[in-house]
Design a protein around this ligand. Sequence first.
Ligand code: NAD
Length: 248
Amino acid sequence: MECDKVGDMILTSTFAIAFTGAGISTASGIPDFRGPNGLWKKYSPELATIDYFNKDPKGFWEFYSLRMRGLFTALPNKAHYALAELEKLGLIKAIITQNIDGLHQLAGSKNVIELHGTMRKCYCVRCLKTYDSQQILKRIDEGELPPKCECGGVIRPDVVLFGEPVYNISEAIQIARESDLVLSIGSSLTVYPANLIPLTVKENGGKLIILNAEETPLDSIADIVVRERVEEFLPCVVNYIKNQTLHR
Ligand code: NAD
């Protein structure tokens, strides 16, 4: 069984990390970008660019507030909880995520590095004051579009828009260099530079496990590729690991 193989690889690793993408949150009701029901099948990716935000902050927020609302009704699923449990068992040292939904932290994961920011926070582009996104959504509901700071600056979500540099990449690459095993979970592995994380682990002699419903450009260099739904596969890995440790 593949979940036994993956479980054994995690048990024999010394510094395993997880690299997660939008596919880990689809079972929580948040659409991914490029999967069969992805956001870009319905909307243009141009709506999430920094150029569009600067040109038309009202239009940007009309689209983005819809996305944010979907996020606040979402709860972690079995895949998020499985990763939190692996961290508690001391078997996963860090989660490097491309997601902006905050569901790893809600599931109890502690060491989470967010490369693309978080939709849970906003900030003013002029004075950098931060705001809770739910308060901003309330103000948008009351007709404030685009939402503005008391200093007059426009408020934006604390996420990396297309055309902007990612957050925390040096720290993430450093962790990847130390890692001897990376589980890439629910990512199309097409977004640069985030996809350098699994590549860096591999280039430094570590192993790469890809758990994704569809093909990825790194499948050919992976040690194992699993095409199952991550919310079914990861709990199975955790069960296997718990049974193994009980019988030792
Ligand atoms: P992506 O949309 O490019 O790829 C997601 C992959 O997950 C697809 O290949 C799809 O086949 C697979 N997938 C979907 N559901 C799955 C499941 N249940 N089990 C197994 N595989 C499944 O996503 P990505 O690689 O993370 O691309 C990057 C961008 O998407 C990032 O910039 C990220 O910020 C953004 N994003 C984040 C969220 C979120 O925070 N939840 C949602 C949409 C997009």
